[in-house]
Design a protein around this ligand. Structure first.
Ligand SMILES: [Zn+2]
Length: 305
């Protein structure tokens, strides 16, 4: 019998904030936390965080918000930190004019920031980006088309016209390695850096189980047939708001037939994948170290999957 695997906490997961189920549905309590003088506000602009010269993620206090143009939905409640229960909020700026920390750092997209931000900060920033991005794309009621307004500290949107409510969503994506005889199947898209090969991935479609989505995506992209599927890991992925679900699938065929999505796909031996992950392969590279694909490949190389 297979031993249980240790739990993996990937980049963008593992936020230290307590989401505070006891107050997050109470608008008045959230308002009091925001205006109580103790709150910290994480500013985002165009999906980027402001990273100070010392490598810290910039946070603002309430007084600093006065001259900033904050986009819909205003401040969203992220939770509280530690024993002091310091409240944390996030907000999106309409523009960065008058940003109080101008000159003390730079705006960075989360892919860039992922390489150096401390893991807890990255998890908070990822959630803030996914949540604020969801609001920016859902300003109108999907039921009747009327403008909607944020509720519950940003956890949902409400439509006064038809009375419906809509909760912030995350989209499931399967990311998987087909494996067979000590080899795994990796592919690459034409726009990727030269030599990079990664796990196949795709959105779960309505009416599909994870297993079905996994088999369909592999078959569509490479023509390889797969059978049994095993869950390995998951990762919130804020580009813009997905949940990556890492799977290993047993391949039942080897011949590869490419579709339009991939430039190439091929079978890689374990030693090759190990060298790709370590950056020592003469020809091929693994995807970025903060990606689910990277960790899925590593789990397979280490025999944990
Ligand atoms: Zn409506």
């Amino acid at each position: 019998m297979q031993k249980p695997r240790p739990h993996l906490t990937l980049p963008f997961a593992g936020s230290p904030l307590d989401r505070r189920d006891d107050v997050r549905r109470d608008e008045a309590a959230i308002e009091a936390l925001a205006k109580g003088g103790r709150a910290l506000f994480l500013p985002l602009w165009q999906g980027q965080v402001f990273v100070l010269h010392d490598g810290q993620m910039a946070l603002l206090q309430e007084a600093a918000l006065a001259h900033l143009t904050v986009a819909d939905p205003g401040s969203v409640f992220l939770g509280t930190m530690g024993e002091t229960a310091q409240p944390w909020f996030a907000l999106a700026l309409d523009d960065d004019a008058g940003f109080p920390l101008e000159g003390l750092g730079e705006w960075q997209g989360l892919r860039l920031a992922a390489a150096h931000l401390p893991a807890p900060d990255l998890a908070i920033a990822g959630r803030a980006s996914a949540l604020l991005g969801w609001h920016a794309r859902h300003r109108f009621c999907p039921n009747c088309g009327a403008p909607s307004t944020p509720g519950e500290g940003g956890a949902k949107r409400l439509c006064a016209a038809c009375g419906s409510e809509h909760f912030a969503r995350t989209d499931p994506v399967v990311i998987m390695l087909a494996v067979r005889g000590g080899q795994c199947l990796l592919g690459r898209q034409s726009g990727w850096p030269a030599g990079v090969y990664s796990a196949l991935a795709g959105f779960v479609e309505p009416g599909e189980s994870l297993e079905e989505a996994c088999a369909r995506e592999i078959a569509e992209e490479t023509g390889v047939r797969t059978g049994a599927v095993r869950y390995v890991l998951s990762q919130p992925w804020p580009f813009p708001s997905s949940l990556m679900i890492g799977l290993i699938a047993q391949a039942q065929s080897e011949a590869i037939t490419l579709d339009d999505e991939l430039e190439d796909a091929r079978w890689f031996a374990r030693d090759d994948v190990r060298a790709m992950l370590d950056g020592s392969h003469p020809q091929y590279s693994a995807p970025m170290a903060f990606s689910a694909a990277h960790h899925l490949m590593r789990a397979w190389v280490q025999g944990e999957a």
